[in-house]
Design a protein around this ligand. Structure first.
Ligand SMILES: Cc1ncc(COP(=O)(O)O)c(C=O)c1O
Length: 375
């Protein structure tokens, strides 16, 4: 009873966001809808299917809005995330991660009984494991060969490695070759511009897909992703699917790279000034436990404090955030601040609930259903 009362006090409805107990994640619904529609219309205009990466939000309510706006399905990084979305009736999922181990293969096949599932792979070993489990379960699992187009993470390195793996997939029972995919993480730090990095990612993947087709492998799906690439999607010829993630909230990183501006960032952390030890320092009740320790590409702080561009969130401990104040700025203890994070994705994994805001009022609370699903 006591716990229920506390939860009700913490999840107030009908108040302003700055009346909430802090630290607290807030989500501005109109900006969320704007970001979802903006990406959906870019993909529609380019004639490309959309499969948003749901690791960013982990929220069933956001997934449903993405699907309603025309997405074909979702991408996830973790099987556990896929299981949560499938439990909530989302029936088309790509696990964009190389899955290793009997338990994962069994879980993947159980998922394939519930939903239309694709999985990424870049090795014969992973494909062999999935194939054995698929035979035992009597399912067929669709495999996308992951290609490293320049990010330097997972993926086969060239068309001949892709062809060798495609031959393995075709030979193994219980598997179906669905296509190829890449992740253009290099668009984040591209020295010669996001557009060039996005183009080269798509060109390299399309080249591999063409080589596979010439080699007799059916390769219908050619999937790339990353929010920064989105502005260039119309120029990326030959791809069939786009998998952006962070666009849905946006953050300081994306605004700096050109996905809208800071005003388009839908996700904020509300925090309170709890200490003013010196004239030039304010301490807030939010540290890495609520903002994450992902500083992304920013050397100058851990987020933007809305309405106070001269205040620098200069360092974080687990529960403390230290704001460096310029002369003349004097927030009192109790001042509420709203922070736009450098990188939104890691934050959702830290919170049970998100306060949903429209027109300056908290209208709802959404549970972060897939948080903590790290395996
Ligand atoms: C495989 C894969 N696809 C798509 C994305 C989405 O990228 P972004 O968040 O830049 O939109 C990610 C992000 O890490 C990813 O790892």
């Amino acid at each position: 009873m006591y716990i229920v009362q506390v939860a009700m006090l913490q999840r107030r409805i009908g108040c302003a966001p700055d009346e909430l107990d802090t630290p607290c994640l807030t989500l501005e619904l109109s900006l969320l809808e704007h970001n979802i529609e903006r990406m959906a219309s870019l993909a529609r205009g380019a004639g490309v299917a959309l499969r948003p990466h749901a690791k960013t939000h982990k929220l069933v309510e956001v997934a449903e809005r993405q699907l309603a706006a025309g997405s074909d399905g979702l991408t996830v990084a973790k099987l556990g995330e896929a299981e949560v979305f499938a439990e909530h009736g989302i029936g088309n999922l790509l696990v964009a991660y190389p899955l290793w181990g009997e338990q994962k293969w069994r879980r993947l096949c159980a998922l394939a009984e519930q939903a239309e599932v694709r999985v990424a792979a870049d090795s014969a070993q992973v494909c062999e494991g999935i194939s054995a489990a698929a035979q035992a379960h009597g399912v067929v699992v669709a495999v996308r060969i992951e290609v490293d187009t320049g990010y330097g993470r997972c993926g086969v390195q060239d068309a001949s490695e892709a062809a060798a793996l495609a031959a393995v997939v075709e030979r193994l029972p219980g598997l179906r070759l669905a296509g190829v995919m890449s992740f253009a993480g290099q668009t984040y730090g591209a020295p010669d511009g996001v557009g060039n990095a996005a183009r080269s990612d798509a060109e390299r993947l399309v080249e591999v897909a063409s080589a596979l087709r010439e080699g007799g492998f059916d390769t219908p799906e050619v999937s790339i992703g990353s929010t920064p690439s989105a502005a260039h999607i119309a120029k990326l010829k030959g791809i069939t699917e786009f998998r952006p993630g962070t666009y849905v909230f946006s953050d300081r990183d994306q605004a700096a790279l050109g996905w809208g501006t800071l005003d388009d960032c839908a996700l904020r952390l509300t925090a309170t000034v709890v200490s003013r030890p010196t004239r030039d320092r304010a301490v807030i009740d939010a540290g890495t436990k609520s903002l994450s320790s992902d500083r992304a590409t920013h050397a100058d702080g851990w987020g933007t404090i809305v309405g106070h561009p001269s205040w620098a969130l200069s360092w974080l401990n687990e529960e403390h955030g230290v704001i460096a104040l310029p002369p003349g700025e004097d927030p009192s203890i109790g001042t509420i601040v709203e922070i736009i994070p450098n990188h939104a994705c890691g934050m959702l994994n830290l919170h049970d609930w998100v306060a949903v805001v429209r027109d300056g009022e908290v209208r709802d609370w959404w549970p972060v259903a897939a948080r903590g699903r790290v395996s």
